[in-house]
Design a protein around this ligand. Structure first.
Ligand code: NAI
Length: 350
């Protein structure tokens, strides 16, 4: 009888186990679920596991990669689309890194739009007011999104769905992408433009590009200064796309009208965990949470039933392909630095 495939699963939450156990009925892998995040302090738990399953806040730095390799790991199957937490250079030639490039772009796009609607119509405040028998409308004034302008930065899978939903609201959609999709723009009445124009003209700006070394803090004091007064900023991409201190300054000066953040640059310390019985020692996060016009969700944009089903299926299938076919369609290619191996997926090697 052939040996069962063993997987060490890090940063496990109850819902991960539910979805993976159900999907694994078909695969029959031996999965060891560890609640720990994978980092330099927990990497010893992975000893002897050929396959590792990791998530967005696991820290796959060079030290961790070297240790994993030494202890027999051959594959890291990320159960996420983003991979900015992996040292791809350190893993190149040592450990294969695969990901789930698309699970439900609708999940993330719909969450981004939910943040926009809540911030605009202030449903997050109305909810508490009416429960307190306060039926006043003072301070709840919103604006019609119809005919306003939204700027979508990054028009990949998620950005495109977001643009399409907002076109349905009757918004003018401006877009910026390093690889514009002109056919999509034509078919959906979306207008590509340069970043400066997008900043100047947008009432709402929503970030849907990956975090790369080139775009760290692309939203900063300088870019904020080019934006419309009262602009709404939505970030469901990655925390470091946005300089949080500059965002706070923009909110204090009222240059920024509101912000919806599903990601935060230091989210690793808090997100996905319950700190409701403790004081928060991160003063920047605490300041963000003090603004009535800031809505923070803890990296939950992906969190739908459909997305979790797809994440589990693609991750376990990635592992099967590696062992049974030697085929890795969703391998992240360090050479092309674009996350999608050029010959196999997008052909956008640079
Ligand atoms: P994708 O790869 O389909 O699209 C990304 C797009 O961004 C591509 O068209 C690419 O050309 C473009 N791009 C790259 N660098 C850029 C830059 N500097 N400026 C403008 N455009 C740039 O990726 P997808 O699936 O749409 O996801 C986008 C990002 O959303 C992921 O990288 C991830 O960081 C984030 N994400 C967040 C989730 C959440 O739960 N909050 C869940 C899933 C993804």
């Amino acid at each position: 009888m052939s040996e069962r495939i063993k997987v060490a699963f890090f940063d496990t939450k109850p819902y991960d186990k539910d979805f993976f156990d159900r999907t694994n009925e078909k695969y029959g892998y031996e999965i060891a679920y560890f609640p720990n995040r994978l980092d330099s302090s927990s990497m010893g738990l992975a000893a002897g596991y050929e396959n590792i399953c990791a998530f967005v806040n696991d820290d796959l730095n060079a030290e961790v990669i070297t240790e994993l390799k030494k202890n027999g790991t051959r594959l890291i199957a990320l159960r996420s689309a983003g991979y900015n937490n992996v040292d791809l250079k350190a893993s190149y030639g040592k450990i294969h890194i695969v990901r789930v490039p698309a699970y439900s772009p609708h999940a993330v796009a719909e969450h981004a739009v939910a943040l926009m609607l809540s911030l605009n119509r202030k449903t997050h405040k109305a909810y508490f007011r009416t429960r307190d028998n306060n039926f006043s409308l003072n301070g709840l004034l919103g604006f019609d999104m119809n005919e306003k302008t939204v700027g979508v930065i990054g028009t990949g899978k998620i950005g495109k769905v977001t643009a399409t939903i907002l076109r349905g609201f009757g918004m003018n959609v401006l877009a910026f992408d390093v690889y514009p999709d002109k056919d999509f723009a034509k078919e959906n009445n979306v207008q590509y433009t340069d970043l400066a124009t997008l900043y100047q003209k947008s009432d709402i700006i929503t970030l849907h590009c990956p975090l790369t070394p080139e775009n760290v803090y692309m939203i900063n004091a300088e870019s904020i200064s080019q934006m419309k007064d009262g602009v709404m900023i939505i970030n469901t991409g990655r925390g470091k796309l946005l300089n949080t201190q500059d965002l706070i300054r923009g909110l204090k000066s009222k240059k920024i009208g509101s912000a919806g953040l599903d990601v935060y640059e230091e989210e690793g310390d808090y997100f996905f965990e319950d700190f409701s019985a403790e004081a928060i020692s991160d003063d920047v996060l605490a300041r963000l949470l003090s603004f009535p016009n800031v809505l923070v969700t803890s990296h939950q944009a992906f969190f739908t039933k459909e997305a979790l089903d797809q994440i589990a299926l693609t991750t376990l299938e990635n592992i099967r392909k590696f062992h049974q076919e030697g085929n890795l369609p969703y391998e992240i290619c360090y050479q092309c630095k674009n996350g999608d191996c050029p010959k196999q997926e997008t052909g956008r090697c640079f």
